[in-house]
Design a protein around this ligand. Structure first.
Ligand code: ADP
Length: 206
């Protein structure tokens, strides 16, 4: 309600009051939009650990495609090229896996440099009973000193003016992946792109 009505105020009265009023309405619209994003992301974070489904064998390729469908507008606007290898069948929670793909691919596009974003997703079995998924980008990259920090809720390396965001996305990924019995990490260098990895156990008994 607050967001809708401040937006309505902005639409109907922009230019009809004085310039201070336009500025204040602008702040109110911006603030209510951010509040809405924050509430949505906090809800997603709180549900990530508890609202999981019973694990079953699913196609991780389908979970990935679902994430891409949700990112259709972002991909279209940025001109990003998203490619992927064949992704395996795995016993897990498809909705939560899809959320992890969506957050990681979304970030790979958001934190892009001057070049057209290229994102590549793949999966490989490691020696143990795990699948290691990776999401590689050609974006801004991350200084190694922040590799742990970025997975902590509200921790951001970029200001709000530069890139929109609440600092919750990677914390959700970590919570979900850990609930699924896995782990998540990043390898990167500033200006050289980043690769986010997450390992999921191949078989999970629950
Ligand atoms: P948000 O994107 O809302 O800030 P996240 O938790 O998803 O929150 O990410 C935390 C921070 O990690 C981001 O603010 C950004 O600085 C950094 N980051 C995440 N993904 C990438 C990426 N692919 N390339 C460069 N930096 C990234």
């Amino acid at each position: 309600m607050v967001a809708s009505y401040t937006q309505l105020l902005a639409q109907r009265y922009k230019g009809r009051l004085d310039s201070d009023a336009d500025e204040f309405i602008g702040y109110a619209v911006d603030g209510s939009n951010r509040m809405q994003d924050l509430i949505q992301d906090l809800l997603a974070y709180s549900r990530a650990g508890t609202n999981g489904k019973v694990l079953r064998e699913i196609s991780s390729e389908n979970a990935f495609k679902e994430a891409l469908a949700n990112l259709r507008i972002t991909i279209g606007e940025s001109g990003a090229i998203v490619t992927h290898d064949l992704l395996p069948a795995i016993t897990t929670d498809d909705t939560q896996l899809s959320q992890v793909f969506q957050n990681l691919v979304g970030n790979a596009i958001k934190y892009r440099g001057a070049e057209v974003p290229h994102v590549h997703v793949s999966a490989a079995r490691n020696g143990g009973n795990e699948w290691i998924f990776s999401v590689r980008d050609n974006g801004l990259g991350i200084d190694p000193q922040y590799f742990e920090k970025i997975f902590v809720i509200f921790q951001r390396l970029h200001g709000r003016e530069e890139f929109k965001g609440t600092g919750i996305g990677l914390a959700i990924c970590k919570k979900v992946v850990e609930r699924l019995g896995g782990r998540i990490w990043v390898e990167s260098q500033p200006q050289k792109g980043s690769t986010f990895y997450f390992a999921l156990p191949e078989r999970q008994k629950e």
